[in-house]
Ligand binder design. Structure first.
Ligand SMILES: [Zn+2]
Length: 77
């Protein structure tokens, strides 16, 4: 259902700084210093920023998986 006047539309936007592109990827991550192992944080990424954000999380050892937005199940776990 589309609600044009809703204050917070649910269209997914890329999490990269300053990027307003539609997100098509979900980066699933966990910071073991802050989160329990079962906890999952998510970032959204457009095609352009998927690599950049994946590397940011990857070098820190936080990245768990990258999924197409259409295949991501928010309530999982
Ligand atoms: Zn982006």
């Amino acid at each position: 259902m589309l609600l044009p006047d809703a204050p917070q539309p649910q269209s997914p936007i890329c999490s990269a700084k300053g990027c307003r592109a539609d997100a098509v990827w979900v980066l699933v991550w966990n910071n073991p210093k802050l989160h329990t192992p079962e906890r999952r944080k998510t970032w959204l990424a457009c095609d352009e920023h998927r690599e950049h954000l994946s590397q940011f999380l990857g070098v820190r050892g936080f990245l768990k998986e990258v999924l197409p937005f259409a295949e991501w199940t928010p309530t999982e776990g």
